[in-house]
Design a protein around this ligand. Structure first.
Ligand code: SF4
Length: 407
């Protein structure tokens, strides 16, 4: 295992308020003891490091919650510890998610000095009424200002937008997307609004306070997004993520290519040498577990090779590059992970492309990825199954074909 690449995900579970669409592991607390949390994250990290010796650390991702609320000194302590536990790769990518209000933007230079070299900014929309609907604590103007500050402080900046809001038209979205593409970042995460169970939006919809955009119009907006980003040389490399060549999130590629990642902090999931790891979600329970056991783990489960192979299939087909289905089968000691006659039928219908044992989902196929997975998998894959919660540009359980929500 010596020198095998490893990604590290660090979850900061606190936010200033709860957005009505959010089902992430985020909590609002009047007081947060930065010292206590720094020590807790460092202890949790040390536990994972003991179980993952001699690895090359290729990326660190601070997600949340709102990790831009962390003290830069806490961020620095975690980065320094990770660099000591593992061998950092030459071009290690260190991303932090940030919200664009002025207090947090004022910390960007300090976060860069702490070692963060890529910022993922939750702009979400350029329209104040839409931001208010989404329950965001910032205005469009604050968002643009934060982006400017971020672009001065960090070499690589990405931002998130949420589209397909109730009543959103192709004209309106194309104007906003054109503006987004003109802002000089090399990576965008563009998520369609989806209504997640247990959120305030779910109860609003149940009470008929608003109607989500219908599936046909959402699909039209998705196709428009594909076309505009491709024309601007920022094509999709994943269902909801768009980048210039070479500017893809290396951290997220590790997830989707089914590499190992250590996950520390409340609610973080990890994948460690064939094990799935899960940590206590509620901050107070996480701290109690840490005091009791020296780590925040709530579950650790050895995956069956069939489960791991199915996860690799489901994750990998999110990527435009697709998967080497033969290599995945061999990796997990299986004869095959897909039904090749069904794959060929979907190649003929234009939903998949195939080159030997490599398969990828086409632009048409991306709209119906869940159905494709159900069709080609050798075993029955339930895409709604509780597969690992992943921190992509924002955290997500296994998302539907056209994604979830953004932070
Ligand atoms: S969407 Fe992001 S900022 Fe809003 S509550 Fe969820 S984690 Fe916090």
């Amino acid at each position: 295992m010596t020198g095998e690449p490893l990604a590290l995900y660090v979850h900061w579970p606190f936010c200033v308020s709860k957005c009505p669409y959010c089902d992430f592991n985020s909590h609002v607390r009047a007081e947060i003891g930065q010292d206590e949390w720094r020590d807790a994250l460092l202890a949790d990290l040390a536990h994972e490091a003991r179980l993952l010796p001699d690895r090359e650390l290729t990326s660190i991702f601070f997600g949340g919650g709102t990790p831009s609320l962390m003290d830069p000194s806490t961020v620095e302590a975690v980065i320094d510890a990770a660099r000591e536990h593992w061998t950092p790769a030459d071009r290690i990518e260190i991303t932090l998610e940030a919200n664009p209000n002025s207090v947090e933007a004022a910390r960007f230079a300090d976060l860069a000095a702490a070692g963060v070299n890529r910022l993922s900014l939750g702009l979400q929309n350029f329209d104040d009424a839409a931001l208010a609907f989404l329950g965001r604590a910032h205005s469009a103007r604050e968002g643009f200002r934060a982006l400017e500050i971020a672009q001065r402080a960090f070499r690589r900046v990405s931002f998130d937008l949420i589209y397909a809001l109730p009543g959103e038209s192709e004209d309106g979205w194309s104007v906003m997307l054109a503006q987004a593409l003109s802002l000089g970042t090399s990576h965008l995460s563009l998520y369609q609004l989806t209504i997640e169970p247990g959120t305030r939006f779910a109860s609003d919809v149940a009470k008929h306070r608003f109607e989500p955009l219908d599936a046909d119009r959402s699909a039209a907006l998705y196709e428009l997004t594909d076309a505009m980003t491709s024309t601007a040389s920022m094509p999709p490399y994943e269902i909801s993520n768009y980048a210039r060549r070479g500017q893809e999130s290396r951290h997220n590629l590790t997830y989707w290519r089914y590499g190992d990642y250590a996950g520390v902090g409340p609610g973080a999931h990890g994948r460690r040498g064939g094990m799935r790891t899960v940590r206590h979600k509620k901050p107070e329970n996480f701290l109690s577990a840490l005091r009791r056991n020296g780590h925040g783990l709530s579950e650790e489960e050895a995956l069956l090779s069939t489960e791991a192979a199915d996860e690799a299939l489901v994750m990998g087909l999110r990527l435009s590059e697709g998967i080497d289905a033969g290599a995945i089968a061999r990796r997990f000691g299986l004869t095959s992970i897909v039904d090749w006659s069904r794959v060929d039928r979907l190649v003929e219908s234009g939903h998949l492309s195939r080159d030997g044992e490599r398969i990828a989902v086409t632009a048409n196929g991306r709209l119906v990825l869940d159905a494709i997975l159900g069709e080609i998998a050798v075993r029955t894959i339930s895409v709604a199954a509780p597969l690992p919660e992943l921190r992509v540009e924002s955290p997500a359980e296994l998302p539907p074909a056209r994604r979830v929500a953004a932070c």
